[in-house]
Design a protein around this ligand. Sequence first.
Ligand code: PRX
Length: 668
Amino acid sequence: MSAESPESGTLSNLLKEDRRFEPPAAIAEHANLQAEAYDRAASDRDAFWAEQAERLDWSQRWDRVLDWDDAPFAKWFVGGRLNASYNCVDRHVEAGRGDKVAIHWVGEPLDDTRDLTYAQLKDEVSKAANALIDLGVQTGDRVAIYLPMIPEAVIAMLACARIGAPHTVVFGGFSADALASRLDDCQAKVVITADGGYRRGAPSALKPAVDEARTKTGRESGHRVEKVLVVRRTGQDLGEDGWDDSVDVWWHDVVDTASPEHTPEAFDAEHPLYVMYTSGTTGKPKGILHTTGGYLVGTSYTHWAVFDLKADTDVYWCSADIGWVTGHSYLVYGPLANGATQVMYEGTPDAPERGRWWQIIQDYKVTIFYTAPTAIRSFMKQGREIPDRFDMSSLRILGSVGEPINPEAYVWYRHVIGGDRTPVVDTWWQTETGMIMISPLPGVTHGKPGSAMIPIPGVAADVVTEEGASVPNGSGGYLVLTEPWPSMLRTIWGDDQRYRDTYWSRYADQGWYFAGDGAKKDSDGDLWVLGRVDDVMNVSGHRLSTTEIESALVSHPKVAEAAVVGAKDEDTGQAVCAFVILRDEAGDGGADIVEELRNHVRKEIGAIAKPRQIMIVPELPKTRSGKIMRRLLRDVAEHREVGDVTTLADSTVMDLISAQENAGSSDE
Ligand code: PRX
């Protein structure tokens, strides 16, 4: 692990931040969770989680809250049985709330909207469940979902949950290759996709990537995707070879015609709910497994507590794509289990014009809004004139997720978007944690720009040294979670050993979960999460592995060796910077080599991984043991003075790299 010391000086600026925002009286007075919950949860954790589990409908109650005997393999709500889809849909209809809007869907083209009530959602989910069964999907089979942000994405996920078929949603921005590796890894039987979706005002195709991915699957395992279920969204031409009758099926042919009657079966609390792929420190993405009972308890509890949800009056909006864990926990399972009314938006924030998000908040009178710092920073850049044109007085709580929020962005968000009325909850969590772990509570905790504050009631975390000693206030170290939690990942799909090694080996003696993040406790003991301490980057709140991008680069015939680092970027938090050594026979690579390589990464992984910058270099800085010194490369990429090179095998290498950079020969 190339440890970036969390003790480094980057903190000093942050810690000068002394602005404080008290919870508004109106929120504090009626807050769902009050300050007493912290002690109550800590004094009897199991009882606290049992209380939260009462939020759900169980067809059979559990006999034991937590079985941690086989740690790190947890079982929560042992013996309990439930259906996630029933909990997100049917029970609200049965309670007389069938006419309540579950989703105000807003398409990217103007006036392309659709409202779905809970009763309608129940019918749609039931029809999709029946159609999947007809396509041969059985309990336990995996179904991949590769869809734009349309209602069918939510319907498809809930239909899978309803029949106990774990879904794996692949972000629509991933390439055919990335999709193929995920299909192979979890051996998906069926893929649900669309002809395309709307992005920045134009239809953008999806189905061709599925066709290409299918040709690439099963090379080693022999596995084959049996059926592809296709939603017609854009109506774009699929081309002559774009349809295979033996595999492809239109959604409107099989789902729209299916029966809306489907009785959900109750599954064991530990039945797999979904697999979500995320980047780790090796080239192979990790399939994070979440199971049913604990995950639903964790997401519904946190959505209720951290956003102080008042299901009868709030209009909630999470801008995340369903292709990421935030979309799973805080667009699908948390809000729907809580019977919330929410907005779902298909497109980009600037289509067809820059005020689109604020227009949606105004039109639907959104009260709770959850987005990522990278989006906030890009709005800041455009200036407040745009949001100032809209009436956003309905907003009462704002949330931030995915990366550290810099104090300036936090204050702008609160001030310009929230009119200084709204608490900002900076929520720290991960694909692996499934639910928000560290966050202020909007009616209890005062806001401190840049700090995620303290673990929420029921969660236990600490910042520790390499040896596992808790650091004193004012110091930094590694973030650990010291107690299991209900929505924790259960394993890495098909790789229990990697699960142990990645998360549980570093603090094996203590039995703590190692989050891979550096953090600091300030003088009040509040937490500041600083970012990854491993070879994982965070670009616009999305996780990317340096190794994964390096392997994409070296798969290009002209590339001999590549090193990738995440360099600081004003807009995206971090940006991908690559240093590439070309093969001798490639000469100087040709005039367009940089663009060629950037596009190659895009093709191999997806647009989000496309390097901001590629430098063609003659050598890479390595330690005597041959390990690439990324810290030095990061210095070059961030235009800093190059750091200490005493462990470098050949320190002239850095001079060569710096000279190359100064000549500007290889930047885009
Ligand atoms: O480094 C942390 C950062 O995002 C990582 C988790 O990424 P992912 O699994 O893709 O999940 C993103 C959505 C939960 C963390 O290890 N991160 C996430 N939220 C924050 C954060 N860093 C600082 N502050 C946050 N609020």
